[in-house]
Ligand binder design. Structure first.
Ligand SMILES: [Zn+2]
Ligand SMILES: [Zn+2]
Length: 575
């Protein structure tokens, strides 16, 4: 059997500091009437305890919904009179700390719920969701609430991660700073220039290690503000840049590894050959790159590209083919053409249709005319070829390993590229000896004819200390990049509403909960109900309920009376 008083205590446990006098069903809203306890309170001016009542006020606040309906609490609070002579405070209104804070119109536990929702969603999204949960909040409030959540303390970490993110891509950027060891967000500042970073580092001394990407601005800022700090470049970025260089090399050697695939021929290929010859001739006569560009009417970058190519074939590209419906039948078609070189296309079409080909005859004709049956192996794009070179060998399938072996042995340059990539991959496991090995790697990579890899090594040498630190120390910028990924989500959610201040606040709040400090599982204080026990009405957080009948129609006076602490006379109406 359920005791009404016990039930009231359970449902309104958040109001345990008050005496509930009445619960009224007013249709859409459930109105709870309550009052403060008749206890002495301390004067805020002098601290003297007083029980002298000067008058009464009513405060109205919303509480968490019950039964899917809104709950309004009307609390009668007392205005007290200070007994001390000479105290500045003559009368004061008593407060209900923990239940209803000063000036607030929401009971604390509802305020916590609203702020948790607004923290995740902010703005209109919260204003749309909360009414469905029985809480009325305007979209303006939903923007204001997250700004009121206090930020966690911004202690300066030993290992700082720094990175930029776009507020408006290409135009406006900001800098995010985090603790690179724990992922704790430390600060977000507008701008990403050297001056911005330098000013922050000077204002927040104590950083010993600075993790950054290859950005020159942050490196320079750290050199100015923290000359003793160790700068660490990011391993992922190093690998990414090497991957880009490798892709360009693979592209330049298209005609080596894609032997058999017909290259782009015709007018375009002729122009390429002609231009390469023109650039070569001018360069041999001692003309500079800029001079060539002016005389030939080509952009400087184009001239550089032609100049870098040791032969015109380096500028040839594998045609861009997409996978087609013919691909699965390639082997069969090759076999048939070998058996019967003059086989009619329509005959071949009939045969592969029987074998499940779903495409058109046009597609097959084009496939054959493009010469895609003539090559020894299926078409491979430079990007895919590079991916094979960059993938861990033990993660490749049998056929991928076969293709890789074919690519690697295509020419001495690609073989050298493959072996340098493998050596660099070994360096990515941090080890104290890696600084020396990096220098050896650079020397070895320069011995091969790989201009794009040479450009990568020049970049490495410009930032060699940070690169060496990245390969010897365990620190990296992964967590900063992770924060940036979440920032993008937040930005899309609020599309610039309320400006930088709210964005900064939401980034710094993150998904971390103030109570547990855990990033993954938010813990909300209201998720733990406080149980009350009959017979022990005032143990910690038990609600006081005065008077009335069982909510389920039972009347168990004996048990109910155990719970009653306040005076009789209250009522529960129409529940
Ligand atoms: Zn006083
Ligand atoms: Zn080659």
């Amino acid at each position: 059997m359920i005791d009404m008083a016990e039930l009231m205590g359970v449902v309104f446990s958040g109001l345990s500091a008050l005496v509930i006098e009445d619960v009224e069903d007013a249709g859409e809203v459930i109105v709870v009437r309550a009052r403060t306890r008749d206890e002495a309170v301390a004067c805020p001016g002098c601290g003297a305890e007083t029980a002298r009542v000067h008058g009464y006020h009513e405060r109205t606040a919303a509480d968490v919904p019950v039964d899917g309906r809104r709950v309004g609490v009307r609390v009668r609070v007392r205005r007290m009179r200070c007994p001390a002579l000479g105290c500045q405070v003559q009368t004061f209104r008593e407060q209900v700390p923990g239940v209803l804070e000063r000036y607030q119109r929401r009971i604390s536990r509802l305020a916590a719920q609203v702020s948790a929702v607004a923290r995740e969603l902010a703005g209109r999204a919260s204003a749309r969701l909360l009414p469905a949960l029985g809480v009325m909040v305007s979209r303006h409030t939903a923007l204001r609430v997250p700004l009121k959540i206090p930020l966690p303390g911004a202690a300066v970490p030993r290992v700082l991660g720094i990175d930029d993110f776009a507020l408006r891509r290409g135009l406006v950027y900001a800098t995010v700073l985090i603790d690179a060891e724990t992922g704790r967000r430390v600060d977000v500042v507008p701008g990403r220039t050297t001056d911005v970073a330098e000013a922050w580092l000077r204002d927040h001394p104590g950083v010993e290690v600075l993790c950054r990407d290859g950005s020159g601005a942050y490196g320079e800022a750290a050199r100015r503000a923290l000359p003793q700090a160790v700068q660490v470049s990011d391993r992922w970025h190093l690998w990414h840049l090497l991957g880009e260089a490798a892709r360009k090399e693979v592209l330049a050697h298209s005609c080596c590894w894609a032997k058999g695939t017909p290259m782009q021929e015709g007018k375009r290929a002729d122009t390429t050959r002609e231009r390469w010859q023109q650039v070569r001739d001018l360069r041999e006569k001692g003309a500079g790159l800029l001079d060539c560009s002016r005389r030939l009417g080509l952009s400087l970058n184009t001239v550089k590209r032609y100049d870098r190519a040791s032969e015109p074939e380096r500028l040839q590209r594998v045609p861009k083919y997409k996978p087609t419906l013919v691909d699965p039948h390639r082997d069969y078609l090759r076999k048939r053409r070998a058996e019967e070189p003059g086989a009619a296309v329509q005959q071949l079409l009939r045969e592969i249709r029987e074998r499940g080909y779903q495409g058109s005859s046009n597609l097959l004709v084009r496939y054959i005319n493009q010469g895609r049956l003539d090559g020894d192996r299926p078409h491979l794009s430079p990007r895919r070829a590079t991916r094979l070179l960059l993938t861990r060998p033990d993660r490749l399938t049998g056929s991928q390993q076969e293709t890789l072996a074919h690519i690697e042995t295509a020419c001495p340059e690609i073989s050298a590229l493959a072996s340098h990539i493998r050596d660099f991959a070994d360096l990515l496991v941090p080890d104290p000896g890696n600084a020396g090995r990096l220098q050896e790697w650079i020397t070895a990579a320069r011995a091969a004819d790989l201009p794009h890899v040479h450009a990568f090594t020049r970049g490495l040498e410009l930032d060699i200390q940070a690169a060496a630190a990245a390969l010897t120390m365990p620190f990296h910028n992964g967590r900063t990049e992770g924060v940036n990924t979440k920032t993008k989500m937040i930005k899309r959610q609020m599309y610039g509403r309320a400006g930088f201040a709210l964005l900064r606040h939401r980034i710094l709040l993150g998904l971390r909960n103030v109570t547990t400090g855990s990033e993954t599982e938010p813990h909300y204080p209201w998720s733990q109900p406080r149980h009350i026990c009959p017979g022990q009405p005032d143990r910690g957080g038990s609600g006081q309920v005065t008077g009335s009948r069982s909510l389920l129609g039972f009347d168990d006076d004996a048990r109910r009376n155990e719970c009653l602490v306040g005076g009789p006379g209250g009522r529960i109406s129409r529940l």
